[in-house]
Design a protein around this ligand. Structure first.
Ligand code: PLP
Length: 438
Protein backbone atom coordinates (compact mmCIF):
# COMPACT_ATOMS: atom_id res chain seq x y z
CA UNK A 1 0.00 0.00 0.00
CA UNK A 2 2.97 2.32 0.68
CA UNK A 3 3.94 2.61 -2.98
CA UNK A 4 0.38 3.51 -3.90
CA UNK A 5 0.58 6.77 -1.99
CA UNK A 6 3.03 8.18 -4.54
CA UNK A 7 1.31 6.77 -7.59
CA UNK A 8 -0.04 9.73 -9.59
CA UNK A 9 -3.20 7.92 -10.71
CA UNK A 10 -4.01 6.87 -7.15
CA UNK A 11 -3.19 10.38 -5.93
CA UNK A 12 -5.78 11.83 -8.27
CA UNK A 13 -8.30 9.19 -7.19
CA UNK A 14 -7.71 10.11 -3.54
CA UNK A 15 -8.14 13.79 -4.35
CA UNK A 16 -11.47 13.02 -6.08
CA UNK A 17 -10.16 14.57 -9.30
CA UNK A 18 -11.85 13.50 -12.49
CA UNK A 19 -9.37 11.67 -14.72
CA UNK A 20 -8.94 9.48 -17.77
CA UNK A 21 -6.93 6.29 -17.41
CA UNK A 22 -5.83 4.53 -20.57
CA UNK A 23 -5.21 0.83 -20.11
CA UNK A 24 -1.51 0.07 -20.75
CA UNK A 25 -2.31 -3.65 -21.21
CA UNK A 26 -4.93 -3.10 -23.90
CA UNK A 27 -4.33 -5.27 -26.97
CA UNK A 28 -6.07 -4.57 -30.23
CA UNK A 29 -5.77 -8.28 -31.09
CA UNK A 30 -5.88 -10.27 -27.83
CA UNK A 31 -6.51 -13.68 -29.44
CA UNK A 32 -9.45 -15.92 -28.73
CA UNK A 33 -11.48 -15.48 -25.60
CA UNK A 34 -12.18 -17.91 -22.82
CA UNK A 35 -14.39 -20.74 -24.11
CA UNK A 36 -15.90 -21.11 -20.66
CA UNK A 37 -17.90 -18.00 -21.42
CA UNK A 38 -20.35 -19.00 -24.11
CA UNK A 39 -22.57 -16.09 -25.07
CA UNK A 40 -24.48 -18.18 -27.61
CA UNK A 41 -25.76 -20.45 -24.86
CA UNK A 42 -27.12 -17.49 -22.94
CA UNK A 43 -28.70 -16.05 -26.08
CA UNK A 44 -30.33 -19.41 -26.85
CA UNK A 45 -31.70 -19.60 -23.32
CA UNK A 46 -33.28 -16.16 -23.60
CA UNK A 47 -34.78 -17.28 -26.90
CA UNK A 48 -36.27 -20.41 -25.33
CA UNK A 49 -37.88 -18.31 -22.61
CA UNK A 50 -39.19 -15.67 -25.03
CA UNK A 51 -42.72 -17.15 -25.33
CA UNK A 52 -43.00 -17.27 -21.52
CA UNK A 53 -41.70 -13.70 -21.14
CA UNK A 54 -44.02 -12.40 -23.87
CA UNK A 55 -47.01 -13.96 -22.08
CA UNK A 56 -46.03 -12.76 -18.59
CA UNK A 57 -44.74 -9.31 -19.54
CA UNK A 58 -46.90 -7.86 -22.33
CA UNK A 59 -44.51 -4.92 -22.79
CA UNK A 60 -42.10 -7.40 -24.41
CA UNK A 61 -44.67 -8.94 -26.76
CA UNK A 62 -43.85 -6.55 -29.63
CA UNK A 63 -40.23 -7.84 -29.50
CA UNK A 64 -41.43 -11.44 -29.33
CA UNK A 65 -40.57 -11.77 -25.64
CA UNK A 66 -36.98 -10.55 -25.98
CA UNK A 67 -36.06 -7.82 -23.51
CA UNK A 68 -34.33 -5.33 -25.79
CA UNK A 69 -33.88 -1.56 -25.88
CA UNK A 70 -33.82 0.93 -28.75
CA UNK A 71 -30.74 2.52 -30.26
CA UNK A 72 -31.27 6.14 -31.23
CA UNK A 73 -29.24 9.01 -32.55
CA UNK A 74 -29.13 12.09 -30.26
CA UNK A 75 -28.07 15.09 -32.39
CA UNK A 76 -29.56 17.68 -30.01
CA UNK A 77 -27.50 16.31 -27.13
CA UNK A 78 -24.46 16.28 -29.41
CA UNK A 79 -24.98 19.98 -30.15
CA UNK A 80 -25.49 20.77 -26.46
CA UNK A 81 -22.36 18.86 -25.45
CA UNK A 82 -20.30 20.73 -28.03
CA UNK A 83 -21.59 24.07 -26.76
CA UNK A 84 -20.89 23.10 -23.16
CA UNK A 85 -17.32 21.98 -23.90
CA UNK A 86 -16.55 24.51 -26.60
CA UNK A 87 -15.20 21.57 -28.60
CA UNK A 88 -16.36 19.88 -31.80
CA UNK A 89 -17.52 16.29 -31.66
CA UNK A 90 -17.13 14.83 -35.14
CA UNK A 91 -18.98 11.63 -36.06
CA UNK A 92 -22.35 10.43 -34.85
CA UNK A 93 -23.62 10.27 -31.27
CA UNK A 94 -26.00 7.47 -30.33
CA UNK A 95 -27.81 6.41 -27.19
CA UNK A 96 -28.30 2.73 -26.36
CA UNK A 97 -31.39 3.01 -24.21
CA UNK A 98 -31.04 0.37 -21.49
CA UNK A 99 -32.58 2.88 -19.08
CA UNK A 100 -35.80 1.91 -20.86
CA UNK A 101 -35.42 -1.87 -20.82
CA UNK A 102 -38.71 -3.64 -20.27
CA UNK A 103 -39.56 -5.65 -17.14
CA UNK A 104 -37.18 -3.98 -14.67
CA UNK A 105 -36.10 -0.65 -16.20
CA UNK A 106 -32.33 -1.10 -16.06
CA UNK A 107 -29.38 -2.95 -17.58
CA UNK A 108 -29.96 -5.58 -14.87
CA UNK A 109 -32.92 -6.77 -16.92
CA UNK A 110 -30.28 -8.46 -19.07
CA UNK A 111 -27.96 -10.18 -16.60
CA UNK A 112 -30.22 -10.54 -13.58
CA UNK A 113 -33.13 -11.97 -15.47
CA UNK A 114 -30.89 -14.34 -17.41
CA UNK A 115 -29.58 -15.82 -14.17
CA UNK A 116 -33.08 -16.28 -12.71
CA UNK A 117 -34.22 -17.98 -15.91
CA UNK A 118 -31.25 -20.32 -15.84
CA UNK A 119 -32.09 -21.38 -12.28
CA UNK A 120 -35.75 -21.87 -13.22
CA UNK A 121 -34.77 -23.97 -16.21
CA UNK A 122 -32.53 -26.21 -14.10
CA UNK A 123 -35.06 -26.64 -11.30
CA UNK A 124 -37.91 -27.42 -13.71
CA UNK A 125 -35.75 -29.76 -15.80
CA UNK A 126 -34.56 -31.68 -12.74
CA UNK A 127 -38.17 -32.08 -11.63
CA UNK A 128 -39.16 -33.49 -15.02
CA UNK A 129 -41.40 -30.51 -15.84
CA UNK A 130 -39.35 -29.22 -18.75
CA UNK A 131 -37.33 -30.47 -21.72
CA UNK A 132 -35.48 -28.31 -24.25
CA UNK A 133 -38.40 -28.83 -26.64
CA UNK A 134 -41.11 -27.82 -24.17
CA UNK A 135 -43.28 -24.80 -24.66
CA UNK A 136 -41.79 -22.67 -21.90
CA UNK A 137 -45.18 -21.11 -21.16
CA UNK A 138 -45.72 -24.25 -19.13
CA UNK A 139 -43.58 -22.55 -16.46
CA UNK A 140 -46.60 -20.41 -15.59
CA UNK A 141 -48.57 -23.52 -14.64
CA UNK A 142 -49.62 -24.21 -11.03
CA UNK A 143 -47.34 -27.26 -10.95
CA UNK A 144 -44.32 -25.16 -11.87
CA UNK A 145 -45.20 -22.39 -9.43
CA UNK A 146 -45.60 -24.92 -6.60
CA UNK A 147 -42.19 -26.30 -7.48
CA UNK A 148 -40.50 -22.87 -7.57
CA UNK A 149 -42.12 -21.88 -4.27
CA UNK A 150 -39.97 -24.56 -2.59
CA UNK A 151 -36.83 -22.79 -3.83
CA UNK A 152 -35.40 -19.44 -2.93
CA UNK A 153 -33.24 -16.83 -4.58
CA UNK A 154 -31.01 -14.55 -2.53
CA UNK A 155 -29.14 -11.49 -3.78
CA UNK A 156 -27.21 -8.53 -2.39
CA UNK A 157 -27.68 -5.28 -4.30
CA UNK A 158 -27.51 -1.50 -4.42
CA UNK A 159 -31.06 -1.70 -5.81
CA UNK A 160 -31.46 -2.45 -9.49
CA UNK A 161 -30.16 -6.00 -9.37
CA UNK A 162 -32.52 -6.73 -6.49
CA UNK A 163 -35.35 -5.27 -8.53
CA UNK A 164 -34.58 -7.51 -11.51
CA UNK A 165 -34.17 -10.68 -9.47
CA UNK A 166 -37.23 -9.81 -7.39
CA UNK A 167 -39.52 -9.07 -10.32
CA UNK A 168 -38.60 -12.12 -12.38
CA UNK A 169 -38.22 -14.41 -9.35
CA UNK A 170 -41.63 -13.41 -8.01
CA UNK A 171 -43.23 -13.81 -11.45
CA UNK A 172 -42.05 -17.43 -11.54
CA UNK A 173 -43.08 -18.04 -7.93
CA UNK A 174 -39.68 -18.29 -6.24
CA UNK A 175 -39.19 -17.08 -2.69
CA UNK A 176 -36.87 -14.09 -3.04
CA UNK A 177 -34.73 -12.36 -0.43
CA UNK A 178 -32.94 -9.12 -1.38
CA UNK A 179 -30.19 -7.71 0.83
CA UNK A 180 -30.06 -3.98 0.20
CA UNK A 181 -27.15 -1.64 0.85
CA UNK A 182 -27.73 1.59 2.75
CA UNK A 183 -27.72 3.63 -0.46
CA UNK A 184 -30.59 1.68 -2.03
CA UNK A 185 -33.57 3.90 -2.81
CA UNK A 186 -36.71 3.60 -0.69
CA UNK A 187 -39.03 3.12 -3.67
CA UNK A 188 -37.10 0.06 -4.80
CA UNK A 189 -37.62 -1.54 -1.41
CA UNK A 190 -41.34 -0.81 -1.31
CA UNK A 191 -41.79 -2.00 -4.87
CA UNK A 192 -40.16 -5.31 -3.99
CA UNK A 193 -42.14 -5.73 -0.80
CA UNK A 194 -45.33 -5.18 -2.79
CA UNK A 195 -44.31 -8.18 -4.91
CA UNK A 196 -43.93 -10.35 -1.81
CA UNK A 197 -40.14 -10.16 -1.82
CA UNK A 198 -38.33 -10.10 1.53
CA UNK A 199 -36.11 -7.01 1.73
CA UNK A 200 -33.34 -6.98 4.32
CA UNK A 201 -31.79 -3.57 4.91
CA UNK A 202 -28.15 -3.15 5.88
CA UNK A 203 -26.40 -0.16 7.36
CA UNK A 204 -23.29 -0.99 5.32
CA UNK A 205 -22.49 -0.56 1.65
CA UNK A 206 -22.97 -2.85 -1.31
CA UNK A 207 -20.14 -5.27 -0.44
CA UNK A 208 -21.64 -5.78 3.02
CA UNK A 209 -25.06 -6.52 1.55
CA UNK A 210 -23.54 -9.07 -0.83
CA UNK A 211 -21.62 -10.74 2.01
CA UNK A 212 -24.79 -11.03 4.11
CA UNK A 213 -26.69 -12.51 1.22
CA UNK A 214 -23.93 -15.02 0.51
CA UNK A 215 -23.87 -16.15 4.14
CA UNK A 216 -27.64 -16.56 4.27
CA UNK A 217 -27.75 -18.53 1.04
CA UNK A 218 -25.03 -20.93 2.21
CA UNK A 219 -27.09 -21.73 5.27
CA UNK A 220 -30.32 -22.35 3.36
CA UNK A 221 -31.43 -25.48 1.51
CA UNK A 222 -32.67 -25.25 -2.11
CA UNK A 223 -31.37 -21.72 -2.31
CA UNK A 224 -29.54 -20.01 -5.15
CA UNK A 225 -27.33 -17.01 -4.44
CA UNK A 226 -27.04 -14.48 -7.25
CA UNK A 227 -23.45 -13.39 -6.69
CA UNK A 228 -22.95 -9.98 -8.27
CA UNK A 229 -19.24 -10.12 -7.41
CA UNK A 230 -18.60 -13.47 -9.15
CA UNK A 231 -21.41 -14.55 -11.41
CA UNK A 232 -20.72 -15.86 -14.93
CA UNK A 233 -24.46 -16.14 -15.59
CA UNK A 234 -25.05 -12.46 -14.91
CA UNK A 235 -22.08 -11.60 -17.10
CA UNK A 236 -23.27 -13.74 -20.02
CA UNK A 237 -26.76 -12.32 -19.84
CA UNK A 238 -25.28 -8.85 -20.21
CA UNK A 239 -23.03 -9.99 -23.05
CA UNK A 240 -25.99 -11.02 -25.23
CA UNK A 241 -26.68 -7.32 -25.76
CA UNK A 242 -23.69 -7.11 -28.10
CA UNK A 243 -25.02 -9.70 -30.56
CA UNK A 244 -28.26 -7.80 -30.81
CA UNK A 245 -26.51 -4.49 -31.38
CA UNK A 246 -25.10 -5.34 -34.80
CA UNK A 247 -28.47 -5.34 -36.64
CA UNK A 248 -29.51 -2.23 -34.71
CA UNK A 249 -26.38 -0.43 -35.91
CA UNK A 250 -26.94 -1.68 -39.45
CA UNK A 251 -30.47 -0.27 -39.34
CA UNK A 252 -28.88 3.14 -38.65
CA UNK A 253 -26.53 2.67 -41.60
CA UNK A 254 -23.53 1.90 -39.39
CA UNK A 255 -21.17 -0.90 -40.46
CA UNK A 256 -18.27 -1.05 -38.04
CA UNK A 257 -14.79 -1.30 -39.62
CA UNK A 258 -11.26 0.08 -39.34
CA UNK A 259 -12.38 3.19 -41.21
CA UNK A 260 -15.64 3.43 -39.27
CA UNK A 261 -14.72 2.83 -35.63
CA UNK A 262 -17.24 2.31 -32.84
CA UNK A 263 -16.49 3.94 -29.49
CA UNK A 264 -18.60 2.79 -26.54
CA UNK A 265 -18.98 4.36 -23.09
CA UNK A 266 -20.36 2.17 -20.29
CA UNK A 267 -21.24 3.04 -16.67
CA UNK A 268 -19.39 0.67 -14.32
CA UNK A 269 -20.31 -0.49 -10.83
CA UNK A 270 -18.92 -3.88 -9.81
CA UNK A 271 -18.15 -4.45 -13.50
CA UNK A 272 -20.46 -7.29 -14.55
CA UNK A 273 -22.76 -5.29 -16.80
CA UNK A 274 -20.19 -3.16 -18.63
CA UNK A 275 -17.74 -6.07 -18.63
CA UNK A 276 -20.22 -8.47 -20.18
CA UNK A 277 -21.28 -5.94 -22.78
CA UNK A 278 -17.66 -5.04 -23.63
CA UNK A 279 -16.72 -8.73 -23.82
CA UNK A 280 -19.57 -9.32 -26.26
CA UNK A 281 -18.72 -6.24 -28.30
CA UNK A 282 -15.08 -7.33 -28.71
CA UNK A 283 -16.30 -10.70 -30.01
CA UNK A 284 -18.56 -8.92 -32.49
CA UNK A 285 -16.32 -6.11 -33.69
CA UNK A 286 -12.76 -7.00 -32.59
CA UNK A 287 -10.22 -4.16 -32.83
CA UNK A 288 -12.77 -1.81 -34.44
CA UNK A 289 -14.72 -1.31 -31.20
CA UNK A 290 -13.15 0.67 -28.36
CA UNK A 291 -14.76 0.27 -24.93
CA UNK A 292 -14.45 2.72 -22.04
CA UNK A 293 -15.93 2.43 -18.56
CA UNK A 294 -17.20 5.38 -16.52
CA UNK A 295 -17.06 5.43 -12.70
CA UNK A 296 -17.95 7.99 -10.01
CA UNK A 297 -14.98 9.74 -8.41
CA UNK A 298 -16.12 8.26 -5.08
CA UNK A 299 -16.42 4.67 -6.38
CA UNK A 300 -13.66 4.01 -8.93
CA UNK A 301 -13.24 0.34 -7.96
CA UNK A 302 -12.45 -0.97 -11.45
CA UNK A 303 -9.94 1.76 -12.23
CA UNK A 304 -8.23 1.18 -8.89
CA UNK A 305 -8.22 -2.60 -9.31
CA UNK A 306 -6.97 -2.64 -12.90
CA UNK A 307 -4.40 0.11 -12.49
CA UNK A 308 -2.83 -1.40 -9.38
CA UNK A 309 -3.18 -4.99 -10.61
CA UNK A 310 -4.80 -5.80 -7.27
CA UNK A 311 -8.28 -6.22 -8.84
CA UNK A 312 -10.83 -7.30 -6.20
CA UNK A 313 -8.15 -7.35 -3.52
CA UNK A 314 -8.35 -3.60 -3.14
CA UNK A 315 -11.37 -1.47 -2.26
CA UNK A 316 -11.85 2.26 -2.71
CA UNK A 317 -12.14 2.56 1.07
CA UNK A 318 -8.52 1.36 1.27
CA UNK A 319 -7.43 4.64 -0.31
CA UNK A 320 -9.70 6.76 1.82
CA UNK A 321 -12.78 7.15 -0.40
CA UNK A 322 -16.23 6.71 1.11
CA UNK A 323 -18.13 5.18 -1.83
CA UNK A 324 -20.98 7.67 -1.45
CA UNK A 325 -22.32 8.99 -4.70
CA UNK A 326 -25.61 10.08 -6.24
CA UNK A 327 -24.96 7.31 -8.76
CA UNK A 328 -26.30 4.60 -6.44
CA UNK A 329 -26.18 1.99 -9.23
CA UNK A 330 -22.41 2.47 -9.44
CA UNK A 331 -21.69 2.67 -5.69
CA UNK A 332 -19.41 -0.37 -5.53
CA UNK A 333 -16.22 -0.18 -3.51
CA UNK A 334 -14.68 -3.42 -4.75
CA UNK A 335 -14.78 -4.78 -8.30
CA UNK A 336 -15.92 -8.21 -9.49
CA UNK A 337 -13.48 -11.01 -8.80
CA UNK A 338 -13.08 -12.00 -12.45
CA UNK A 339 -14.20 -9.12 -14.65
CA UNK A 340 -11.14 -6.91 -14.10
CA UNK A 341 -8.72 -9.66 -15.16
CA UNK A 342 -10.87 -10.62 -18.12
CA UNK A 343 -10.96 -6.97 -19.19
CA UNK A 344 -7.19 -6.57 -18.95
CA UNK A 345 -6.48 -6.97 -22.69
CA UNK A 346 -9.93 -5.85 -23.88
CA UNK A 347 -10.73 -2.55 -22.21
CA UNK A 348 -9.40 0.67 -23.72
CA UNK A 349 -9.71 2.79 -20.60
CA UNK A 350 -11.72 4.15 -17.69
CA UNK A 351 -12.67 7.68 -16.70
CA UNK A 352 -14.12 9.06 -13.49
CA UNK A 353 -16.65 11.79 -13.01
CA UNK A 354 -18.05 13.73 -10.07
CA UNK A 355 -21.64 13.84 -8.88
CA UNK A 356 -21.78 17.45 -10.14
CA UNK A 357 -20.85 16.28 -13.62
CA UNK A 358 -23.48 13.53 -13.48
CA UNK A 359 -26.21 16.00 -12.53
CA UNK A 360 -25.08 18.40 -15.24
CA UNK A 361 -25.19 15.67 -17.90
CA UNK A 362 -28.55 14.45 -16.64
CA UNK A 363 -30.00 17.93 -17.07
CA UNK A 364 -28.33 18.35 -20.46
CA UNK A 365 -29.83 15.13 -21.77
CA UNK A 366 -33.26 16.00 -20.51
CA UNK A 367 -33.16 19.58 -21.83
CA UNK A 368 -31.82 18.59 -25.24
CA UNK A 369 -33.51 15.25 -25.93
CA UNK A 370 -36.34 15.10 -23.42
CA UNK A 371 -34.95 11.85 -21.96
CA UNK A 372 -34.97 11.33 -18.19
CA UNK A 373 -32.98 8.71 -16.29
CA UNK A 374 -31.14 8.06 -13.02
CA UNK A 375 -27.73 9.66 -12.37
CA UNK A 376 -25.74 6.41 -12.83
CA UNK A 377 -27.17 6.02 -16.30
CA UNK A 378 -25.75 9.22 -17.80
CA UNK A 379 -22.11 8.55 -16.89
CA UNK A 380 -21.31 7.50 -20.45
CA UNK A 381 -22.24 10.89 -21.81
CA UNK A 382 -18.99 12.44 -20.62
CA UNK A 383 -17.06 9.94 -22.73
CA UNK A 384 -16.99 11.20 -26.32
CA UNK A 385 -15.71 14.72 -25.64
CA UNK A 386 -13.55 13.56 -22.77
CA UNK A 387 -11.82 11.11 -25.08
CA UNK A 388 -11.18 13.79 -27.70
CA UNK A 389 -9.81 16.14 -25.04
CA UNK A 390 -7.75 13.63 -23.03
CA UNK A 391 -7.12 10.74 -25.38
CA UNK A 392 -5.01 12.18 -28.20
CA UNK A 393 -2.32 9.61 -27.57
CA UNK A 394 -4.80 6.71 -27.55
CA UNK A 395 -6.42 7.94 -30.76
CA UNK A 396 -3.01 8.22 -32.44
CA UNK A 397 -1.69 4.88 -31.17
CA UNK A 398 -4.78 3.13 -32.47
CA UNK A 399 -4.85 4.84 -35.85
CA UNK A 400 -8.16 6.54 -35.17
CA UNK A 401 -7.29 10.16 -35.90
CA UNK A 402 -7.99 10.05 -39.68
CA UNK A 403 -11.37 8.37 -39.11
CA UNK A 404 -12.96 10.46 -36.37
CA UNK A 405 -15.42 12.03 -38.80
CA UNK A 406 -16.75 8.51 -39.53
CA UNK A 407 -16.81 7.40 -35.90
CA UNK A 408 -19.95 6.31 -34.05
CA UNK A 409 -19.92 7.22 -30.35
CA UNK A 410 -22.31 5.01 -28.44
CA UNK A 411 -23.38 6.12 -24.97
CA UNK A 412 -24.85 3.17 -23.09
CA UNK A 413 -27.53 4.24 -20.61
CA UNK A 414 -28.39 1.87 -17.82
CA UNK A 415 -31.38 2.73 -15.64
CA UNK A 416 -34.28 4.98 -14.91
CA UNK A 417 -37.58 4.11 -16.54
CA UNK A 418 -39.00 2.61 -13.34
CA UNK A 419 -37.97 5.53 -11.15
CA UNK A 420 -41.06 7.31 -9.75
CA UNK A 421 -41.76 10.72 -11.32
CA UNK A 422 -41.08 12.79 -8.19
CA UNK A 423 -37.74 11.06 -7.69
CA UNK A 424 -36.77 11.71 -11.32
CA UNK A 425 -37.74 15.33 -10.76
CA UNK A 426 -35.44 15.53 -7.72
CA UNK A 427 -32.48 14.35 -9.84
CA UNK A 428 -33.14 17.23 -12.20
CA UNK A 429 -33.31 19.87 -9.44
CA UNK A 430 -29.72 19.90 -8.18
CA UNK A 431 -28.44 21.09 -11.52
CA UNK A 432 -30.59 23.55 -13.45
CA UNK A 433 -27.69 23.81 -15.90
CA UNK A 434 -28.97 25.01 -19.27
CA UNK A 435 -26.27 24.56 -21.90
CA UNK A 436 -24.49 27.82 -22.67
CA UNK A 437 -26.30 29.69 -25.41
CA UNK A 438 -29.66 28.03 -24.75
C1 PLP B 1 -25.80 -2.09 -11.97
C2 PLP B 1 -25.82 -0.83 -12.70
C3 PLP B 1 -24.72 -0.43 -13.48
C4 PLP B 1 -23.41 -1.15 -13.59
O1 PLP B 1 -23.43 -2.56 -13.54
P1 PLP B 1 -22.31 -3.36 -12.73
O2 PLP B 1 -22.52 -4.77 -13.12
O3 PLP B 1 -22.56 -3.11 -11.28
O4 PLP B 1 -20.99 -2.81 -13.14
C5 PLP B 1 -24.85 0.75 -14.16
N1 PLP B 1 -25.94 1.51 -14.08
C6 PLP B 1 -27.01 1.16 -13.35
C7 PLP B 1 -28.21 2.05 -13.31
C8 PLP B 1 -26.98 -0.02 -12.63
O5 PLP B 1 -28.03 -0.36 -11.90
Amino acid sequence: MESLVNDPVVRRLRALQEQWWFNPRYLSDPGSASDQLDIDQAAARLQRFAPYIAAEFPATAADGGLIESPLREIPAAQAALQRLAGLALPGRLLLKCDHALAVSGSVKARGGIHEVLKVAEQVATNAGLLTPDSDYRTLASPAARTLFARHSLVVGSTGNLGLSIGIMGAALGFRVVVHMSSDAREWKKSRLRALGVTVVEHPGDYSAAVAEGRAEALATARCHFVDDENSRDLFLGYAVAAQRLRPQLAAQGIEVSAERPLLVYLPCGVGGAPGGIAFGLKQQFGPHVHCFFAEPTQSPCMLLGMHTGLFQQIAVQDIGLDNRTCADGLACGRSSSFVGKLMQPLLSGIYTLSDDSLYRLLALLRDSEGVAMEPSAVAGLAGPLGLLAQGQRYLEDNGLVPYLANAAHLVWTTGGSMVPADELESYYQPGPHPPPGA
